[in-house]
Each structure stands twice: as C-alpha cells, then as structure tokens.
Ligand binder design. Sequence first.
Ligand SMILES: Nc1ncnc2c1ncn2[C@@H]1O[C@H](COP(=O)(O)OP(=O)(O)OP(=O)(O)O)[C@@H](O)[C@H]1O
Ligand SMILES: [Mg+2]
Length: 358
Amino acid sequence: MHRSDDIANLFNRFGGSVESYREIEPSYDYIEDTPPPMLEVLAAEPLTASLAPQPADPLSVIPTAAVGSTPLSRLLLEIEQQRGAVSTVDPVGQGAPKLKAKVIVVVSAKGGVGKSTLVAALACAIKRSGGRTLALDLDPQNALCLHLGGSEEWPGIAQSERADEDWQALIRKGFSDSFCLAYGVVGEARRRSLEQQLANDRLWLSRHLAQLALDEQDTVVIDTPPGPSVYLDQALEIADVVLAVTLADAAAYTSLNQLDRLLAPYLQREKPGQYKVVINQLDTSRQFSLDLCEVLKKRTGNQLLGVIRQDHFISEALAYDRNPLAHTPSTRGCQDVLDLTGSLCELLMYGTQESFLS
Ligand SMILES: Nc1ncnc2c1ncn2[C@@H]1O[C@H](COP(=O)(O)OP(=O)(O)OP(=O)(O)O)[C@@H](O)[C@H]1O
Ligand SMILES: [Mg+2]
C-alpha cells in the first residue's frame, strides 16, 4: 500500500477530504555539542587541579547503571572502602592530636649525609629521665632498622593497608634498649598508594603515634628521606626539633640554602619546632674541611647544635651489625654524638640549650 492511499483511508474514517491535506517538511535547528580542541581543554584546567586528589564519591567507582546488577556484598565493600578513605582526611581546621612524647625529626636536602646513622645513634643515646626512645623510619629505603640490629624481616608501617592499623605490634627492640618502627619492605605500587594516602591525610602520622600511649619522658626520633617528600610533611606536623644534617663540604653548603627554602613555609607557621643544624662526618685531618666548618658555623649561628667528627667505628658498625655507639665514649665520633644528645635533651626539656660550641 502507498502512503497516499493510507492517508486517504485515514481521512475517510474521519469524514474529511484528502484535498485539505498538506505535507509539511519539518526543519529543526540542532545545536550540536562539539568538543573544543584538546589544547583548549588543557589550558582551561590548571595543572594543579588535575593533579589534586579528587574528593571520593561513593558512587563513582561503580557506574550507576551497573549498581542493580552488582552483588550487594561488592557494593557494601566499595562503600566501606570509600568511607575509610574519606574519614582519614583531616576536617579543615582540626589540629593534630597532642603527643606527650617529644619528637625530633632528622632531615637533609642532600642524601648520604648520615641521617639514618645519626637517628640510630640518638635512639641508643637518648634516655630522658628513664623514658623510652623510639626510632621511626619514614624513608622507603628502610635502612634504619639495620642500624639498630634488625633486618628486612622486621614488619613495617608501610606494609599495613588499614588506615587505623595499631603500630604497637610492629615495634621491635633495637640496640641499647631502643625501640624501632621500621618502614618495611614494600613494592612500588604499595609505596605509591601509601604516599597518595599521606598526601590526602596530613595527620596520618600524628594519629598513629597518638595511639601508642607514649608519655612525657619518651622521645621519638624520625628518619626522613632527603629533600621534599610526603614523609617530611607528616613528620613536620609533630616536630619539636627539626635537626638538619649537613657535611662540611661545598655541595652541602649550597644544599643548606635549598633546605632553608624547603622549610621556610613550615618555619613561618604559628608554632614551628626548633630548627637546628648538625655538621656530620667532619674530617679534622683536612684544613679545607676545618675551614668549611668555620664558614658553616658563621652561616648557621646559634642554629648549630653540634659537630660530629668522622669516625670509622661509626661507619663500620653497620657492616658488623654493631651498635653505632658501641665504642662510646672512647672514639671521637661517639663522644660527639653524646654531646649532641645532651644538647638535644636540654633543648627538649627547657626549650633552649647552652651550646658547647664557641
Ligand atoms: N660520623 C660519621 N663518621 C663516619 N662515617 C659516617 C658518620 N655518619 C655517617 N657515616 C657514614 O656515612 C654514610 C651515609 O650514612 P647514612 O646512610 O646514615 O646517610 P643518610 O643521610 O641516611 O643517607 P640517605 O639520604 O640515602 O638516607 C654511611 O656509610 C655511614 O656509615
Ligand atoms: Mg638514610
């Protein structure tokens, strides 16, 4: 049947005539949503916005259309995981839980200056009125535990995927009645996801340490990776003393400027920790090192808390699984670490110290 017959039949049914029928060609104005060129999209969105963590949306993981066909247990698990991620984020304006223990954060702009060795030595030496000293490794190199008599088998804080994991069970005893919380051996994927978590949750470390029920006489000494990192940011949130380690060489001298720039925003906060410097591995047999040490003393002024001379007993301790202070007080480096320990304890107790350096 033709379309015209069809229309004639239709009109007949209503008693009308086909002559009054007029066909109209519809014409609509479509406005198509054409995507802008890719370059414009990139220009419109600041780079920082695309890197910034996006707020978690519980429904964003499973597409809405798929919700009905997804098993309920999977949906509940998804919501639970999302809730965990959201609840660890510090609500704006809420401060860090107050720690009773004192916290020393050991930092440097340059690698290999002796941070891990010093953190281990301080963990062995610091005993504030019989208090406990906990060495905490926030460096993915996971080397601190080795300096305290441990091994890669020791469990670490980075291995736990649970945001509220109790760290008590991870603590191991190190040399000289020290305690150690290792970073732990983890794969790259886990390290990256932990670092993302830390970037989103600035009070991660302070909450975990608050759970350990440390008291006033206890001390936490934290090892950090060189330069800027999420680990350094976490540690600065709770630092009473920020102890920068430098060598007496030209490269280290320049890197002190880098460290000043890195710490400048932190030091401008309302109540930053005390910023102190220690010169490590000073080679007293070389006039150049002694001269550079003098320059550094002038440069740092009363920020300088101590000088530790190069000591082969300290550097060999790791190789022989020995306490870095095993030769205390007979070797010069160990003696220097003890002097530094005295100054640090004074600083923690009174908020100031009478420097033994003139
Ligand atoms: N006072 C010292 N005397 C002699 N050697 C030292 C002294 N302090 C540290 N060292 C040696 O310096 C080297 C680097 O030390 P360490 O690994 O502790 O540095 P680090 O700053 O932790 O390095 P990284 O930035 O890679 O973590 C080691 O071989 C260590 O034994
Ligand atoms: Mg180290």
